[in-house]
Design a binder for this molecule. Structure first.
Ligand code: AMP
Length: 546
């Protein structure tokens, strides 16, 4: 066969640093606003973020950090965290976000697995780091993200205040020249089964992911946007927002350590935020605040909700009461994280009221760059009929090809498909709907019942604060659903009232066999219900029907 003729276009490497360069040159004065950990609102812009990132890169080099080194961050969303990411990748090192909500032992395990050499840590998390640092031998330097005036006493040897440390270098520095396939970021999965596994993003995957994220059928970001990433930078690559906003010159508003309803609302209104993104729990807190205060959301246009299924009541409140468009999205740490987004399409543009809310329960369509399929356990494709559930598999240029250190190879196949561990159905328009995690789906008499669907309905009851559905052993049906409910403060819904509330909304055989009431549900560090732990708590539970 004749050799193909090569194109004659430039190889312009897709590097994360090019994003901040562009922002500084073309949107240099665009604001980056943060609620600082010290308290006051801090204002800067992309030109300054880049200048300080250059300084940070130079200072890191002087510290002996170089290409391929892992540099940890345990920090809230602030301008300092943002400039740290860019400075780290600017010398070819790797930002490694740590989730401070994990147990200290788990954080230490992750830091040792990654062999982090230096850490940027917020004041809030110093006590955690003091506990774990002695068991992380690779860690040689601690930089506390504050100034000298706020630097506390600490038992950490050689800890320095960020501002003083940064001032020891100037910004006369050039980003190192590296390949676009070099690693840029590292984020560990929540590890609901076994030890957490590291997902290693490349410069290229981050830049391509941003191109996808900014598009109208995704986050729809532009230089006119004022975007507030409430989702922490330490969750799933911060949903890529640290790259998408500077790529288009969108202003950034970062909530720092305060993510309660009142604090979020304060920033949304004073900073005239038009776009925001976070997990459903954050929005439940905000909506509760709005209910209690009667406050409004005059500037907000679009909210991306993902990380867990978005409850119908949240979509309804945003869209019908506040006129804010909800984009329900699905993704994973392994997918950078955007996988699918539910945005308006001609096929569904006429939907209104309850039909529209039904549609918005789905996690949406794959943007260009994400290929998906559903299969049975033998890897045979299942039809896209909107009913048949199967294992959801994805591949694309911002989907992981493996885990750090070669772990967990069983979820990647030779054709590049990554088995997400989610169960989903897809309709003829390509709209995907997650029905469960593969290990949480309830298997009743050979058929599957979606715990997510039942949970979403149950939290729609006015007396329910939170709900989880698990499969409990049943002699005849194998498993039957048990609804576990946390009532709202001061409310005492009955089993009968809750089951009556579900009646007519689901197939008869999906009806939970029983309802249990608890004070709280176990959660993972990323705020998801820990079904494994819940199943353990209810392992001796006997259903009345058994
Ligand atoms: P993580 O890697 O911690 O972000 O977790 C990814 C997992 O969160 C996915 O595999 C899903 O099980 C779940 N998830 C993410 N987004 C959604 C969503 N919109 N609806 C239901 N589950 C979701």
């Amino acid at each position: 066969m004749q050799a193909p003729l090569q194109g004659l276009m430039q190889h312009w490497p897709l590097l994360c640093t090019k994003v901040i360069d562009h922002a500084a040159i073309h949107h240099g004065r665009r604001e980056v606003i943060s609620r600082s950990v010290e308290g006051p609102i801090h204002r800067t812009d992309y030109a300054s973020v880049r200048a300080r990132a250059l300084r940070l890169a130079k200072r890191l080099e002087r510290e002996g950090i170089g290409a391929g080194d892992r540099v940890a961050t345990m920090a809230w969303n602030t301008w300092r965290h943002l400039e740290a990411w860019y400075g780290i990748v600017g010398i070819g090192a790797i930002y490694h976000t740590l989730n401070p909500r994990l147990f200290p032992d788990q954080i230490a395990w992750i830091m040792n697995d990654a062999e982090d050499r230096l850490i940027f840590v917020d004041l809030t998390f110093l006590p955690i780091l003091e506990k774990i640092a002695p068991s992380v031998p690779s860690l040689t330097k601690v930089v506390v993200l504050t100034d000298a005036a706020h630097m506390p006493e600490t038992s950490l040897p050689g800890a320095v205040a960020y501002e003083a440390w940064l001032a020891e270098a100037d910004e006369d520095f050039r980003w190192v020249d590296i390949d676009e396939t070099a690693a840029a970021g590292l984020c560990y999965t929540s590890g609901t089964t076994g030890n957490p596994k590291g997902v290693l993003y490349s410069h290229r995957s981050n830049v391509l992911h941003s191109f996808i994220a900014i598009a109208p059928d995704a986050m729809n970001l532009s230089s006119m946007s004022r975007a507030m990433p409430v989702v922490p930078l330490f969750h799933a690559n911060g949903w890529g927002i640290a790259f998408s906003c500077p790529m288009v010159g969108a202003a950034m508003v970062m909530p720092g350590p305060k993510m309660d309803g009142a604090s979020i609302h304060e920033l949304l209104s004073t900073e005239r935020v038009t776009f925001t993104a976070a997990v459903p729990t954050v929005w439940l807190m905000l909506l509760d605040h709005l209910d209690r205060t009667g406050a409004d959301l005059p500037d907000l246009k679009r909210v991306v909700i993902g990380g867990a299924a978005c409850p119908r009541v949240v979509t309804k409140a945003f869209e019908e009461r506040f006129g804010v468009e909800v984009v329900h999205a699905w993704g994973m740490t392994e997918t950078s994280p955007l996988g699918t987004l539910n945005v308006q399409k001609p096929e569904t543009a006429d939907l209104k009221g309850e039909a529209l809310l039904d549609h918005k329960q789905a996690q949406g369509q794959a943007p260009f760059g994400v290929e998906m399929r559903i299969t049975d356990d033998e890897n045979r494709d299942l039809p896209w009929d909107g009913q048949t559930f199967g294992r959801l598999k994805v591949r694309g240029p911002h989907v992981a090809a493996g885990y750090y250190g070669g772990k967990g190879t069983e979820v990647f196949d030779e054709e590049g498909w990554f088995d997400t561990g989610d169960v989903a159905h897809i309709d003829a328009n390509g709209t995907m709907r997650i029905t469960d995690r593969a290990k949480d789906v309830i298997k009743s008499g050979g058929e599957w019942i979606s715990s997510i669907d039942l949970e979403n309905l149950a939290v729609g009851h006015p007396d329910v604060a939170e709900a989880a559905v698990i499969g409990v052993a049943h002699p005849r049906w194998d498993e039957r659903p048990l609804l576990v409910v946390v009532p709202k403060d001061g409310k005492a819904p009955t089993r009968e009232a809750l089951l009556a509330f579900l009646d007519g909304k689901i197939a008869k055989w999906w009806m939970p066999d029983d309802v249990a009431f608890v004070d709280e549900l176990p959660h993972t560090a990323t705020g998801k219900i820990q079904k494994l732990e819940l199943r353990r708590q209810f392992k001796d539970y006997r259903l009345p029907t058994a």
